[in-house]
Write a protein that binds this ligand. Structure first.
Ligand SMILES: O=C(O)CCC(=O)C(=O)O
Length: 356
C-alpha cells in the first residue's frame, strides 16, 4: 500500500518562531532531519550501553511474536539486567539478507522491547536522569526544538530487537521521537481515525494487528475490523534513520516497526514527551496527575465517560430493538456533529482574529 509520506525538513531550516507555526500550531507529523542530538549520536551502541548501565535492573516486554499487542497482551513483562536484555535483542538482530540472526537459541528466539521507566518505577515519569551520570548527559534535543521546561513531561529511552512491531496507540502529550541508532518505520493516523482503529473509551491502544504487514504476510483481519481500511487510506508513513526526529502530535495514532540493521545491532531511540505550549496555560484540571506514561485521557473526557456509563448507557440498553440500535446511532452521529461544529466555530474565530 502507498501511504502519504510524512514531510521531511532539515533541522537547520527551523527557527524557534517556526516551531510555533510549523509544529505546535499545525499539529501535523514532521520529520526533522540532520538533528544534532548530542554525543549519543556517536557513542551509543549495544556495547556502550552495556558498559555504562548494563547492571541496571529493568522491566522488558518479551514476546514470542514480533508484533506486540497491548490489548491482547501477547507479551510478558520480565525483570532482567539491561545488559542481558541488550544481548538478547542484538542476538536476534535481523540480517540484511532477511535471515533471522538468532540461530534458535532460547534467549534470542524472543522479541524484546524496552521502554525506560522513572527513578521510582511505576511511580515517576520516565527520565534519562534515572540512569544517572552514565548516560543522562549524552542526549539533547537541538536548541531549535527544545520545548519550554514548563511543558516537559518525560524523556524515554527505547531499545528493541530489530523487526519488533509496536501496537497502534496514541499519546496525550506531544512527542519528539529521536532516532539515535538503527532505522524505524512509523505509520501515523490522524486523530479522526480513532474509531476506525476500534479504540475503546477506556483504552489508548488499538486491538487491530497487521497494519504494518508487508506483501505476502498476514495483514489486518478486515472481516473483524472493516473500518481499518479507511484508517489505512488516511495513514501517513515515515522512515527514520539516525539523527532524524519525528514530531508526533498528541492524539495522532501511531504504530512502529524497528527496521533491519546489521546483525548484532539494535534499535535505539529517545522520546521527549511534552504538553503542547498551546495548552499549558489552561492546563489546570486537564491532565491526570497520576499519569506516568502519557496515555491517560484528559480528565474532562474521563468524567464524561463515567456519566455516559452510569446514566446514558442504562437508559439506551433498556430499549427494545430496533429502537435501541437506532438511538445509539442517532446519539453517536449527533456527538460527532457537535465535535465538528465546535471545531469549525473555533477555526473561524481564529481566522477572524488573524485577519484583524
Ligand atoms: O519507537 C518506539 O520504539 C516507539 C515509539 C512510540 O510508540 C512513541 O513514541 O510513542
Amino acid at each position: 500500500m502507498v501511504f502519504r509520506p510524512v514531510p521531511r525538513r532539515p533541522c537547520e531550516t527551523l527557527t524557534r518562531d517556526g516551531l510555533w507555526t510549523d509544529i505546535y500550531r499545525l499539529q501535523e507529523p514532521l520529520i526533522i532531519t540532520q538533528c544534532p542530538i548530542g554525543p549519543c549520536a556517536s557513542t551509543w551502541d549495544a556495547q556502550y550501553l552495556k558498559q555504562q548501565c548494563g547492571q541496571k535492573e529493568v522491566s522488558v516486554h518479551v514476546a514470542e511474536e514480533r508484533s506486540l499487542n497491548f490489548v491482547n497482551r501477547n507479551f510478558q513483562y520480565r525483570l532482567m539486567k539491561l545488559a542481558d536484555a541488550i544481548d538478547c535483542m542484538a542476538a536476534r538482530g535481523e540480517r540484511s539478507d532477511g535471515q533471522d540472526g538468532c540461530n534458535g537459541t532460547a534467549a534470542s528466539a524472543q522479541w524484546l522491547s524496552y521502554r525506560a521507566l522513572g527513578e521510582r518505577p511505576y511511580k515517576d515519569v520516565a527520565s534519562l536522569q534515572a540512569f544517572g551520570k552514565a548516560i543522562e548527559g549524552d542526549f539533547c534535543l537541538p536548541e531549535e526544538l527544545r520545548p519550554p521546561d514548563s511543558c516537559l513531561f518525560s524523556t524515554v529511552l527505547r531499545l528493541a530487537t530489530p523487526g519488533v512491531r509496536l501496537w497502534a496507540h496514541y499519546d496525550v502529550p506531544d512527542n519528539f521521537l529521536a532516532q539515535v541508532k538503527g532505522t524505524k518505520r512509523v505509520l501515523l493516523f490522524p486523530p479522526t481515525q480513532v474509531g476506525n482503529l476500534y479504540i475503546r473509551p477506556q483504552d489508548s491502544s488499538s486491538p487491530v494487528v497487521g497494519l504494518l504487514s508487508a506483501e505476502g504476510e498476514a495483514g489486518v483481519d478486515f472481516d473483524k475490523y472493516p473500518r481499518a481500511r479507511a484508517a489505512l487510506d488516511a495513514a501517513w508513513e515515515g522512515c527514520l534513520s539516525a539523527g532524524d526526529v519525528l514530531f508526533i502530535p498528541a492524539l495522532w495514532l501511531h504504530t512502529v516497526e524497528m527496521r533491519a540493521l546489521d546483525h548484532g545491532d539494535l534499535s535505539i531511540s529517545v522520546n521527549v514527551f511534552f504538553h503542547s505550549p498551546l495548552l499549558i496555560e489552561n492546563k489546570a484540571g486537564l491532565f491526570d496527575g497520576k499519569d506516568i506514561y502519557g496515555n491517560k485521557d484528559l480528565v474532562p473526557f474521563v468524567k464524561a465517560m463515567k456519566t455516559v456509563d452510569s446514566q446514558v448507557m442504562p437508559l439506551l440498553r433498556a430499549l427494545p430493538e430496533p429502537y435501541r440500535q437506532f438511538y445509539f446511532t442517532k446519539l453517536a452521529s449527533s456527538l460527532e456533529e457537535e465535535g465538528r461544529t465546535q471545531a469549525d466555530t473555533e477555526s473561524k474565530g481564529s481566522e477572524e482574529q488573524g485577519s484583524a
